[in-house]
Design a protein around this ligand. Sequence first.
Ligand SMILES: [Zn+2]
Length: 601
Amino acid sequence: MRLSRFLKGSWKPTLLSLFLLVASISYAALPEALEALAPDLILINGKIVTVDKDFSIQQAVAVKNQGIIAVGRSRDIQQLAGSKTRVIDLKGKTVLPGINDAHTHFLGFGLSRPPAALDVSSASVKSIAEIAVMAGRRAKEVKPGEWISGSGWDEGYLKECLEDPGVRHPTCWDIDKQTPDNPVCLVDFSGHNTWCNSKALELAKVTKNTPDPTGGEIVRDSKTGEPTGFFKENAQPLVRSLIPPPSKDQQIEALTVAMREMTAMGVTSITDASVSPELWSLYSDFYRKTFKEGKWTIRVNLLLNWSGDGAAAGKADLEKAFASVGLSTGFGDNWLRVAGAKIVADGIPLTKTAWMFDEYVGGGTGGLAIKGETEQHQYDALIEMIRFLNRKRMQIGVHSCGDRAVSASVDGFVKALREDPWDARHYVIHADFVKPSDLQTMAEYDIGVCTQNQIMSKIIEFMGNIAGPEKSANQWPLGDFNKAGVWVTQSSDTPVVIPNWKQGMENCLLRESMASGKVFGPRHRIPIKEAIRQYTINSAYQDHQEDIKGSIEPGKLADFVVLGEDILTIDPHKISGIPVLMTIVSGKIVFSTDKSIVTLK
Ligand SMILES: [Zn+2]
């Protein structure tokens, strides 16, 4: 590689040190000095999607001391290799910057996976009978009386339900024989339905005489009236609340599982989007343990939620929390840092609790989940909370799904930034529906959106019944955000879904329902390049770290994912199934389908 090309990049300081070093040593020692400057790792013969300003594609990349030192043609980069440089021939495979999932509940994801919970998702089982076998196997491993939990089942993929759609649902009798002595509680993929066995019904004291709680349903046998073990919405806590909370060790194990599994998916950065004071303390234990062991493989950004999770928060809660702990955005390091603070402004569209300007199908507009006697008091309290956190130099993510809640959050951001401006990059979390006139304001004040298109293909078909067909076609309005110049990041909101970012990208391109293949709101489709940006450089921007990650350019951290197919040219319907071959973070191979090359301790 030509020196002149090196000098153009941010490689300059290192190159300068090379000159100084060479100038200060004798001619004979030169090869040794150059050897010391050789890269640790080189990837050649790849299709490297750099996600730089021009979205340029390169063949090779060189890494030293955790960072990228050069990107270019294979034959140029290969010349930089020293005797100790590890050279990996990508054989044409595609490389993206490490994926940054901008909104997760990391502990919740870990707790939804084995060993904490059975994986009864469509990825691992195809029938009720298989789930019964799996629960039976687990019952033999645990003590009698111990709870067995699981999550992810989906009637749309279970053989028995598919043979008799709308009539056949899972029941307690399906799993009783295999689990006579253990209560079993299995939550479906959406979190809106719970399926349990007779032992759990017995412990919950639910009988044919138990009335349905408000907003929930205990499903009953049409002939006998006996509960079938199927609980909908607000009826679920009757069983779920009985499961003892996981111990601290189980929680640390769950975080370890979450880190390992998401690393294998090509994720190198996440935001944990709701960190309570308890979770904050768990993270510090997890960090102490895991980091020392060399097993910390994902950059974690914490969005502190110290005002209660959706349970009507107020400014007093925030003042109390911040009075004892002085924190602001950026505290920590590149592995574990405080991103900012979260406020939960409203509910979710699916349960008609998101705050909307127009009525839902069947009435109601939802409302704010903020403390206050009247709507106006709640609105004022939201604005006050935003102003308070902005003054504390906290970047703020406000959960707002409904267009009216988004509008109120934008009002708060604008007010706070006008009186106290800084490079805050506040953002709206979810933003399912947005009033067109708010888009310009968002762009003007650099207010972003953290959205979850991965969920779209599962629920968009049903949203018409909730918000009306026209509104639902404009849910997740990526086209409008792009047109207005509002920055957007993508995320899974796991454990709502298994965090498959490729499914998220596929949905961004297609906007198709998984159930019928029908397209909803095609004008909000975005091209693959933009979808990649939303999962990489845009998420890095949300993290205030776009100068050190999010693209493959000299001077940035060496975080990559190697894919089994070319994501830029493959049929979009196949993106979700592309295998991840390798994950590299800080230049370390932390996951590989070829286990012999993993450098993780
Ligand atoms: Zn969330």
